[in-house]
Design a protein around this ligand. Sequence first.
Ligand code: NAD
Length: 312
Amino acid sequence: KPLNVGFIGLGAMGLPMAANLATKLPTGSRLFVFDVSKAAMEAFTKSHPTSSEMCDSTRTVAAKATIIFTMVPEGSHVRSVYLDESNGLLTGNVQSGQLLVDCSTIDCETSSTVHEAVKTRGGTGSSFYDAPVSGGTLGAEKATLTFMLGCSEKDANYALLHALISLMGKTIVACGGPGLGLVAKLSNNYCSALIALATAEAMNMGMRSGMDPRLLARVFASSTAQSTICDKWNPVPGICPEAPSSHGYRGGFKVQLMRKDFGLAVEAARRVGAKLLLGDAGLAGYTDASEDPRCRDLDSRVVFRYLGGDEG
Ligand code: NAD
């Protein structure tokens, strides 16, 4: 049956995610959108004139939609979207039974604060879910994202959430409970960032010692250094023709976003007393690379260039 859905944050990820909703929601549904950038909203509603509607604030989205997705950069933006005293989602006439789903990659503390605020200030029976994603802008366009949902499959709203999220993603993992979607996302990105760094270091070492990079990548691919990073996102230019590294590191996942996620993961580990041997080193590497003008704004696998492997 028709649904009134909200989407807040029409950026690199949010725009294609919202576009999938606009074109795939049941007939008669409405998609209410808001972004601090009016241009982003105008472009979106122009592309989806019959199914979408521009709102003047997050508060207006809250008044019109029963299920709202948010996709903004950092914890501070999530706080502002949900908790702002005059315009936040939790001000004004909040609807009962409203579902609020945050897909941003943010710190666990902010997510838990918003979760508590929805319990006390949201409408009767409304719920908040963390649901960060993996798969990048291409996955967002093709609706092949992986969603890490902070609830169990037994959650009363799971079936509805699953049906809606399936319009934007391919794999949905119910991670068990509130906040665990973010835990899964940060753990994944911690691991993936370190694999990229280790692959870049090892390739650089082999190449400087005279090894042909393609042969070295072939050895890795059939030995114990094999990984998705090595096979599909190799940090060394010319190994994977489709990878950003083979196109001047353009596209992909920006190094400063990886730095942000890595920092959040290190902070999350510290909070639960999980010992990290590689956390400080990885954080220093990604911080330096993010600030390096030869690397900034490029795909995070540009750490190979940062290490001196590629002249740029
Ligand atoms: P982005 O900067 O491209 O887009 C963010 C959008 O949010 C912008 O349009 C901005 O105007 C809007 N915004 C900011 N504050 C707002 C507010 N208070 N109210 C309404 N709108 C607001 O960022 P992105 O790349 O789309 O990333 C969004 C989130 O997704 C981040 O947490 C990021 O880490 C995560 N993520 C990104 C990728 C990726 O490949 N880009 C992949 C997975 C996860």
